[in-house]
Design a protein around this ligand. Structure first.
Ligand SMILES: C[S@@+](CC[C@H](N)C(=O)[O-])C[C@H]1O[C@@H](n2cnc3c(N)ncnc32)[C@H](O)[C@@H]1O
Length: 947
């Protein structure tokens, strides 16, 4: 086991290979790169090797720069056929100025050294060769290194290129320049994907051949494409080859074939070069922008014949699919101001393109400024609306009403809402999107496309309808234009669940259940006000003694599900430390950081019973003992860790111990990151629930709902800004006076409760009700008008409380075999001036009630239950659904069906008031309804009318 100072290094053997989150992976590779770079190259050893390769003493200074600016990645075994190993090659290459990368890092690795390409790698390389964003320049044989060293200079890669070898199998040398030059030969075999906007390879050839370079070999343009009314055409051959920029010239310089190829030049003066294969039909690799506004007419489409004759703009060529993206002309909705554009992740403005240079600048004109300028210039009239098209949230294209591109903006300049002061268009343009006609461009755009519709019946945010317009969600175009209801707020992820609404306007079913979609609050806006929805809660400082807490940012109604939280750590009560740390290590760094901020509680574990692990033998405590760090230190393995690692592990255990919650579907405890911020109150505003409704999804793009998520439900109205609290104690414990509650909280959770109820000195009055010997009722301990000695009342109270506690300890609730002990306490308490509504009497009688119910003495059960129901009413202002239901059951046993019916009805009402939307409540409601029905049936048998 590593003894360094990082939790990450402390992994469970055999589990470390599980796929870590992306950021972990990055940091892993960064770490490896750092280590690699910090390893010194043994100059004597590898210098000697280099000398042997070059057969003469190389000039150290000159040879050190042979591979300067090369970053090499060794792919697979390179010593096939008796060559040097990747290890030795990397050392000599580094000795000669190269950098070596442990992974094929994008835009970093310049040379991949390998002896052969597998089919997959070959396809990848071919794809790269046609991509505008190829990351590797050369794929070379290891001899390139050894022979360069032997020659004392960096030899031309083309002599060692594996791609050149492949190109020969095509009968023509098409891959002289490894980077960005070849058509995607392998993609010809790629399956044809369906899609409205992607045309087949045949049509691609039909479109491109006449458009850019007349193809003398395959002159089919006349029958295939009619360009007569398709302005503007890119002036493909008008700009001389000398206009090539220097970087491209460098790439092309050694390549005769490339120099002979005519360069393609866009309207904006950007330079591209087309390459061709001898074997395939004449085709070209365009970068997106050259084709962007090029217009052609479609001919010969078989799959979509009705599009034949339509004018389209070419948008981009996807070499891997051999398809063009095209834009159908004339589809821009003129009345509606907005239009969807493409998601073109691989489009970027070219270096040196003045028109687009501002897009990359940190500072520059804002979208509003540019738009205003453009609008002024254009002198738009009312009949000329503007169109704002979104490119996947990264760029916004602004068109005038005629479809002319006015400007394109990206990054910071893309606002959510555009406001213009323009004379003509004094309007604001929220960047929302409209669905185009079916053949229109409807590619996925960012999920910023949701808006809410005012729902008159239900005012709360939660119940608003959300309309998803075009391309609302990546990968889920089937939801476009559908309507759903906002579901639960997901605390940690800051997401709302968008659930299908009651009218089932969504047709999205997963495993027979509607699938939820997670969207950030900021992706949902109110149609009426244009306001982006706010998160309903925030974590902020509570009272100083309580640390942080969860607060309502909007008013929350009783019964609302405030949020649902996903589990992030899970452990059995018998905590396996190693597993806990392993789980922690698997979390994304941001989540780890969040967890480490949580409150740690006392410096001992309060709820975890025992520590056990295969690799960390730390054993248990008796139930009464608390686990301290010393228990861990008893383990030799733990002692071997560095001090800081020991502290981190101990802290993590404390955090888990003081924040984890039980779940009805789990045997252990679970840490919920947002719920861990909810403080305790003895008069709680909310409660926790385990949602029953579990949706598992096998549909790509849909996340299944985690069955272990936990809901936070308001049990009272919570005003905006109010703290949301729950009770860490049971309902029965809450019916005890402050001192008792505080002792319990201290012993179970290690804190002194500072809730409003505990701080209110008067709050116990309602629980401690005495009857003075003069017959007067006293609320709380205070002098009676009759002058009687009240200290006797307090003494008597203490005595009865401790005898009840002792009896309870010795028997336990379940083991009660006779009511005698309890009856004795109740009688004595009543004699010593405790009023019937005193909390102790109510509690004693409640236990008696349970006993009698179990022993089929319903009349006594009913009689003894009433006290605690009254006490609940007095303390909380309502009776608990559980006890009402229990009373209903007892009354049924007693045969008092009418009263039982009333009780069940009250229980149902209490439950619905508490949680009208609560999934667990639904199941409980059903149960009570069933009971109500059976009471009705029984009453019918008795001859009562069913209503
Ligand atoms: C689950 S955490 C609640 C969030 C915590 N306040 C925080 O800052 O992360 C439980 C801890 O919060 C504090 N706490 C919660 N309710 C409290 C209360 N009513 N009075 C005092 N401290 C409280 C205690 O320190 C307790 O160990």
């Amino acid at each position: 086991m590593a003894a360094n100072g990082s939790l990450e290094s402390w992994r469970v053997p055999g589990q470390a290979t599980e796929a870590p989150a992306k950021r972990r992976r990055e940091s892993y590779w960064e770490e490896r790169q750092r280590k690699l770079e910090s390893q010194a190259v043994d100059g004597a050893l590898f210098g000697a090797l280099a000398s042997r390769l070059s057969a003469h003493d190389s000039d150290a200074a000159a040879s050190a720069s042979i591979f300067r600016s090369c970053c090499i990645y060794f792919d697979g075994r390179v010593d096939v056929g008796g060559g040097l190993s990747a290890y030795a090659l990397s050392k000599v290459a580094r000795l000669h100025g190269a950098q070596v990368s442990p992974m094929l890092a994008k835009r970093r690795v310049t040379h991949v050294v390998c002896t052969q390409l597998s089919g997959a790698k070959e396809r990848h390389a071919l794809h790269d060769a046609t991509s505008a964003f190829a990351c590797v320049q050369y794929i070379v044989h290891p001899n390139w290194i050894t022979e360069s060293i032997a020659a004392g200079l960096r030899l031309k890669e083309s002599q060692f290129s594996l791609m050149a070898g492949i190109s020969q199998t095509f009968g023509q040398s098409i891959f002289h320049c490894e980077k960005r030059k070849a058509p995607n030969a392998s993609a010809a075999q790629a399956p044809e994907a369906p899609g409205e906007k992607l045309l087949t390879r045949r049509v691609l050839a039909e479109i491109t051949a006449p458009l850019v370079v007349p193809d003398t070999q395959n002159s089919r343009e006349a029958e295939l494409v009619d360009l007569s009314d398709s302005p503007p055409k890119p002036a493909a051959q008008e700009v001389p080859a000398t206009a090539l920029d220097s970087s491209q010239e460098t790439e092309l310089d050694s390549d005769e074939e490339c120099q002979n190829s005519p360069p393609l030049v866009s309207e904006r003066g950007q330079k591209y070069r087309a390459f061709e294969t001898a074997s395939g039909p004449f085709q070209r690799t365009f970068f997106a922008e050259i084709a962007r506004m090029a217009a052609v007419v479609l001919r010969g489409l078989e799959s979509k014949p009705k599009l034949n004759g339509r004018e389209v703009n070419l948008v981009a060529f996807h070499p891997e699919r051999q398809r063009w993206e095209v834009e159908l002309k004339g589809e821009m909705p003129h009345q509606d101001l907005f239009k969807i554009d493409w998601s073109e992740d691989w489009w970027e403005p070219m270096e040196g393109d003045e028109k687009y240079s501002s897009l990359r600048k940190e500072k520059g004109p804002t979208f509003k400024e540019v738009l205003e300028q453009k609008l002024q210039k254009q002198r738009l009239t009312d009949t000329k609306s503007i169109l704002v098209a979104d490119c996947n949230g990264r760029r916004v294209a602004v068109f005038d009403g005629q479809g002319e591109l006015l400007t394109v903006l990206s990054g910071k300049h893309v606002p959510r809402k555009v406001e213009t002061d323009c004379e003509v268009c004094q309007r604001s343009f929220p960047l929302q999107f409209q669905k185009l006609a079916p053949e229109g461009r409807t590619l996925a755009v960012k999920p910023s496309c949701l808006r809410t519709k005012e729902d008159n019946e239900v005012e709360t945010l939660r119940r608003r309808k959300v309309e998803m317009t075009v391309g609302a969600i990546h990968k889920k175009p089937e939801l476009d234009g559908q309507v759903g209801l906002l579901g639960a707020f997901q605390g940690y992820a800051n997401c709302w669940e968008v659930m299908p609404d009651a009218k089932a306007l969504w047709d999205v079913k997963v495993d027979g259940s509607p699938a939820p979609v997670l969207l950030h609050s900021k992706e949902l806006s109110d149609e009426a006000s244009g306001k982006v929805l706010e998160d309903p809660v925030e974590v902020k400082c509570s009272r100083p003694e309580q640390g942080q807490g969860l607060f309502a940012k909007v008013a929350i109604r009783q019964g609302e599900i405030i949020l649902e939280d996903e589990p992030c750590l899970l452990a059995a009560f018998s905590l396996d430390v190693t597993k806990l740390i392993h789980q922690f290590n698997q979390l994304p760094v941001s989540k780890q950081d969040g967890l480490l901020q949580l409150s740690k509680g006392p410096d001992s574990l309060m709820s975890l019973r025992c520590l056990a692990s295969t690799s960390l033998q730390v054993h248990s405590r008796s139930d009464a003992q608390q686990v301290t760090k010393d228990a861990l230190l008893a383990s030799q393995e733990f002692r071997q860790l560095s001090q800081s690692l020991q502290d981190q592990i101990w802290n993590l255990m404390r955090i888990f111990d003081s924040n984890a919650l039980p779940h009805s579907r789990s045997e252990g405890k679970i840490l919920y990151p947002t719920l861990a911020r909810v403080n305790h109150s003895c008069r709680p505003k909310a409660t926790l629930g385990d949602p029953q409704q579990v949706v598992s999804s096998k549909t790509p793009g849909f996340e299944p709902i985690d069955p272990l998520r936990k809901a936070l439900i308001a049990i009272e109205d919570i005003e905006e800004g109010g703290e949301i609290t729950i009770s860490y104690l049971s309902d029965d414990d809450l019916l005890e006076p402050t001192q008792h509650r505080r002792v319990k909280l201290q012993s179970r959770y290690g804190f002194q409760c500072q809730c409003a109820r505990c701080l209110d000195e008067e709050s116990d009055k309602v629980l401690r009700v005495f009857r003075c010997s003069c017959g007067k009722e006293l609320q709380g301990v205070g002098p009676c008008a009759c002058g009687a000695d009240v200290s006797k009342l307090v003494e008597a109270e203490q005595m009865h409380v401790s005898s009840f506690a002792n009896l309870w300890k010795s028997l336990g609730h379940e083991k009660l075999s006779s009511p005698d002990g309890l009856v004795a306490i109740a009688e004595m308490a009543a004699e010593s001036n405790l009023a019937p509504q005193h909390w102790l009497l109510c509690k004693v009688r409640y236990v008696l009630s349970c006993f009698y119910e179990k022993n089929h003495r319903p009349a006594l059960a009913v009689e003894n239950l009433q006290g605690i129901l009254d006490l609940e009413e007095a303390v909380f202002g309502h009776q608990s659904q559980e006890k009402l239901e229990q009373r209903g059951d007892q009354l049924v046993q007693k045969g008092a069906l009418t009263q039982a019916f009333d009780c069940y009805a009250a229980a149902l009402k209490a439950l619905k008031q508490q949680s009208p939307n609560n999934p667990p409540g639904d199941a409980r409601c059903d149960l009570i309804r069933q009971k109500l029905r059976s009471v009705l049936d029984a009453k019918k048998d008795e001859g009562y009318p069913a209503n």
